[in-house]
Design a protein around this ligand. Sequence first.
Ligand SMILES: NC(=O)c1ccc[n+]([C@@H]2O[C@H](COP(=O)([O-])OP(=O)(O)OC[C@H]3O[C@@H](n4cnc5c(N)ncnc54)[C@H](O)[C@@H]3O)[C@@H](O)[C@H]2O)c1
Ligand SMILES: CC(C)[C@H](C(=O)O)[C@@H](O)C(=O)O
Ligand SMILES: [Mg+2]
Length: 365
Amino acid sequence: MTIAAASKNYNITLLPGDGIGPEIMAVAKTCLVEVGSQHDIAFDFTEALVGGAAIDATGIPLPPETLATCQASDAVLLAAIGGYKWDTLPAEQRPEQGLLGLRAGLGVFANLRPANILPQLIDASSLKREVVEGTDIMVIRRLIGGIYFGKPKGFGVDDAGNKTGFNTMIYSVPEIERIARVGFETAKKRSNRLCSVEKSNVLEVSQALVTRIGAEEYPDVELSHMYVDNAAMQIIRAPTQFDTIVTGNIFGDILSDAASMLTGSIGMLPSAAVGSDGPGLFEPVHGSAPDIAGTDKANPLAQVLSAAMMLRYQFGEEEAAAKLEKAVNDLLDDGYRTGDIMSEGCTQVGCTKMGEILMAKLKAA
Ligand SMILES: NC(=O)c1ccc[n+]([C@@H]2O[C@H](COP(=O)([O-])OP(=O)(O)OC[C@H]3O[C@@H](n4cnc5c(N)ncnc54)[C@H](O)[C@@H]3O)[C@@H](O)[C@H]2O)c1
Ligand SMILES: CC(C)[C@H](C(=O)O)[C@@H](O)C(=O)O
Ligand SMILES: [Mg+2]
């Protein structure tokens, strides 16, 4: 779909995926078109298949044409993949492999996962107001390395004849250095505090390699190290002690879900996967929520905020990004909530209605 006569034109691949994916993507797409029209930006959207939807249509979770379309676009906006229907497939054929292949195929090694509490949602958090107030964390996750990608992996049989499964966690020094740089650069733009979360008391892959770069290249950034088990506890106990966290793939996956509860709901958390010279991949932190798919209960705000991250990080369209974020803010100010962030005295709405209210806010902006 193209809006004529805009001075800027971006090719976006949309990957609605599975479960609630198409529902929340519809909201984000409409909002993008509206905000684009206000900022002289046209979007050419191409929809492609990934995950379970791709398996059903083509037999594989990441058809080569999907990857090619994504690689040829200016940015990729993904909703989520996966669902019960494909849970019994062998590991390599599952929807999740489509997502991993996409991340690797785009070379987006740095995943920025912000978790900040909006004042309107403090009472929606499962933690106490005094604990979450002021939370503003950026989790930076190494996205295309570590145990998700290490080889060898597979199934075997141990000496006693028991079936086994195995994966390999491996990081090279250059890989750690490049994510560390993203961590330091991000911390510099925030409050100059970087916490490297590792398991360096046990794992060779976690040895504190980040320190070297920090000491030499970023003397102004205060670097700390924390074991991941302690970090999981500290993030719940006293989240405001954290500013920027840099960590590995699996630790980042787990910590960002934990951090989401500080913000009220995982339905609020966007992410940006960047690092290559090409298109970035923008997606909510949450999954396809198969338990609520098709019920119009999904919170579309993480998807909309992911679109805002795309505008900011990929295109430098700060004003348009800020406008999307303000619309979210205004809607929350007016007390509209999906079920996952519902609080007493607020008005509960579904995904579609939330989209309509967002559009009204954008049009009024
Ligand atoms: N990036 C991705 O595409 C991605 C991320 C995580 C999980 N997954 C996949 O999603 C499927 C379901 O995984 P899961 O249940 O562990 O995690 P999930 O994030 O899909 O859901 C966890 C819980 O959060 C709720 N939830 C998630 N997003 C929501 C939203 N926007 N609004 C309201 N509630 C929301 C769900 O209803 C569920 O109760 C699996 O197949 C998994 O592999 C995909
Ligand atoms: C679905 C899965 C492969 C994915 C991950 O572990 O990276 C998801 O949990 C995420 O957080 O994006
Ligand atoms: Mg996850």
